[in-house]
Ligand binder design. Structure first.
Ligand SMILES: N[C@H](CCC[C@H](N)C(=O)O)C(=O)O
Length: 274
């Protein structure tokens, strides 16, 4: 099976064209392929399919390294957009794409950066899902004998974002996994550690559901900005500085879509015998 290796700011993907190839991958096989020593190695696997409805250009599926299928992937969306053009599956620069949970609109700019309309952030606890009596700007979660103050939002996938004084000393490796599988997140969650630099700049590290800490998380950047704006800490245009690089996020507030713009890099093409 042919594939491409790509990354968005170091968040890396195995990308498979399931339009011209017959692709059937079990969770066990995905986990094997994700292994960085005995497999291809990736944070997520992206599978490109024909559209599920005539008013879309493609459908794209996202699988975490642990083999689980998920609803959305921001860095993956930008890599998807460049992949379908590089492989001649389309010549369009504007693409309407469905994923497991929703539709995103992508625009490939002249400089090959990609702008993604990620839709509207969802704060209703039930839709995230997150166990809470009512919607709050800030929640209190008891974890690891600690009291954690955080925001919770869905970008199609669930995110919990804590504010920290210094991302470099944040307890990503210890608090990340505890919150990722906390009982208040029935489908687990991605955990963001956000340092506010100013009203238009944050630093961010993300412990991703099903993967662990990644060099960048696109939906995590979107979630952190949406929560920061809701909590009155950020303006509508924010540069998110992740370990792997920067993303530009813009959100005008409730009722409006959130936009993410950033790079997507093709590394190599490969062939794997299953
Ligand atoms: N780990 C995420 C999926 C990938 C998100 C991330 N790689 C991105 O760029 O948005 C989840 O389980 O919801």
């Amino acid at each position: 099976m042919n594939f491409s290796k790509m990354h968005g700011l170091g968040n890396d993907f195995m990308v498979i064209d399931a339009i011209t190839q017959n692709v059937h991958l079990s969770p066990e096989l995905i986990k094997r392929l994700a292994d960085r020593h005995t497999g291809v190695g990736f944070d997520q696997l992206l599978v490109i399919e024909p559209p599920y409805s005539p008013d879309h250009d493609f459908h794209y599926r996202i699988f975490n390294a642990d083999g689980g299928e998920v609803e959305q992937c921001g860095n993956g969306a930008r890599c998807f957009a460049r992949f379908v053009r590089l492989k001649g599956l389309t010549k369009k620069r504007e693409l309407k794409v469905s994923t497991l949970k929703g539709t995103i609109i992508l625009k490939v700019n002249e400089d090959e950066t990609v702008q993604v309309n990620m839709g509207e952030p969802v704060f209703d606890p039930q839709s995230i899902p997150f166990k809470a009596i009512k919607e709050e700007k800030t929640y209190i979660i008891r974890a690891q004998e600690q009291t954690v103050f955080c925001g919770v939002v869905s970008m199609g996938n669930p995110h919990c974002v804590l504010q920290v004084n210094d991302v470099l000393t944040a307890s990503v490796a210890t608090l990340g996994p505890v919150l990722e599988s906390h009982e208040r997140f029935p489908e687990r969650a991605n955990i963001g550690f956000m340092q506010i630099v100013d009203r238009n700049t944050i630093q961010l590290r993300v412990f991703e559901r099903g993967v662990g800490e990644t060099l960048a998380c696109g939906t995590g950047a979107c979630a952190a900005v949406a929560i920061g704006i809701t909590q009155g800490l950020l303006d509508s245009k924010v540069k998110v500085k992740l370990p792997g690089g920067d993303l530009d996020i813009c959100w005008e507030g409730v009722g409006k879509p959130l936009f993410m713009t950033g790079s997507a890099t093709h590394v190599y093409d490969g062939f794997v015998t299953l």
